[in-house]
Design a protein around this ligand. Structure first.
Ligand SMILES: Nc1nc2c(c(=O)[nH]1)N[C@@H](CN(C=O)c1ccc(C(=O)N[C@@H](CCC(=O)O)C(=O)O)cc1)CN2
Length: 293
């Protein structure tokens, strides 16, 4: 039997429509239009695409976006100064610093400079710290991990006691999604480049979240029959038979895994679109928080 395909694009469209409806209501009621500042340093082509996608999604949801494109050689001081100005800007409810930053910049210091109330990416050390502590609630949950959890909740009755394996330990996806799975009472194993007998560990997973950034690394025979597979990888590989000579693949060998898994996210059209939908949701939440201040 082939797996159920988890249509992230459709779920993301639902989230985006809900956000757009609430934004329209709040503007109608005389409240401010939510605003998102996007900060892009340098000319990483993938980052440029993602920032444009975020700005377009904001426009479609009625959220105002303020784009700041800074040169590659921007100094730490100038970047932090911009962040402080955006912290003080009343039109801006959320600040998004696109990652990765150029190597000479200290990402941790930049993220820590963002006001907690505007940390719509959820990467501020206090938000991540709260995520890691029992009984504490972060103001904002990082977007891709939040998207993974929504897809899981829509496709599983409960995460209680399930064996969840997270492949990858990045700050953007692997670590926060593992913390969210723990909070949901799953039994979580985090795997990484030094994990021994990786295929055997992955075979124990009722839920697999693959976020290593290695094209099609997880093979079909690593998957437990019936498992729910969330593929976070977005890898561009050469393919002479594709339209422009390249195509996107995930971290999971989809054609093999689809024959074994119970449900699986495709790439593209799975987790990726959820990232932007959750960013809009966080930006709306930030605007609602600012109403109360
Ligand atoms: N500040 C941040 N930086 C980065 C984040 C983040 O959440 N905050 N995540 C990633 C990249 N990312 C958003 O920034 C992102 C990745 C993928 C997609 C997406 O929709 N992918 C599509 C395919 C798009 C394509 O054709 O290239 C899909 O999977 O269907 C959206 C956002 C790193 N940086």
């Amino acid at each position: 039997m082939t797996a159920k395909i988890i249509d992230g694009k459709a779920v993301a469209a639902e989230v985006r429509a809900e956000v757009a409806a609430v934004v329209a209501q709040r503007v109608e009621a005389g409240k401010s239009r939510p605003g998102l500042a996007t900060v892009l340093v340098g000319e990483n082509p993938a980052s440029q695409v993602y920032v444009r996608m975020k700005q377009k999604a904001c426009a479609e949801a009625g959220i105002e976006s303020f784009g700041y494109n800074l040169p590659e050689d921007t100094s730490q001081e100038d970047l932090e100064k911009l962040v402080r100005e955006l912290n003080a800007d009343e039109r801006v409810n959320g600040i998004l610093v696109q990652l990765p930053l150029p190597k000479h910049l200290d990402e941790e210091r930049v993220l820590a400079a963002i006001s907690l109330d505007k940390d719509v990416d959820g990467f501020h050390p206090v938000n991540i710290g709260r995520l890691a502590q029992k009984g504490r609630k972060p103001q904002f949950i990082p977007c891709t991990p939040a998207g993974c959890m929504l897809l899981l909740r829509k496709n599983l009755d409960s995460l209680e006691g399930v064996n969840a394996v997270v492949l990858g330990r990045s700050n953007i996806v692997g670590m926060p999604v593992a913390l969210l799975l723990v909070e949901a009472n799953a039994t979580v194993t985090i795997c990484h480049s030094r994990t021994k007998n990786l295929p055997d560990v992955v075979r124990q997973a009722d839920v697999l979240v693959a976020a290593v950034g290695r094209p099609e690394m997880v093979r079909g025979d690593w998957i437990k029959p019936g498992a729910v597979v969330i593929d976070v990888g977005v890898n561009r590989i050469d393919d002479p038979s594709a339209k422009n000579g390249t195509r996107l693949v995930g971290d999971v060998a989809y054609d093999e895994a689809v024959e074994v898994a119970g449900a699986i996210t495709p790439v593209p059209g799975g987790v990726g679109p959820m990232t932007i939908a959750m960013l809009l949701q966080n930006t709306l939440k930030a605007a609602e928080l600012s109403d109360k201040q």
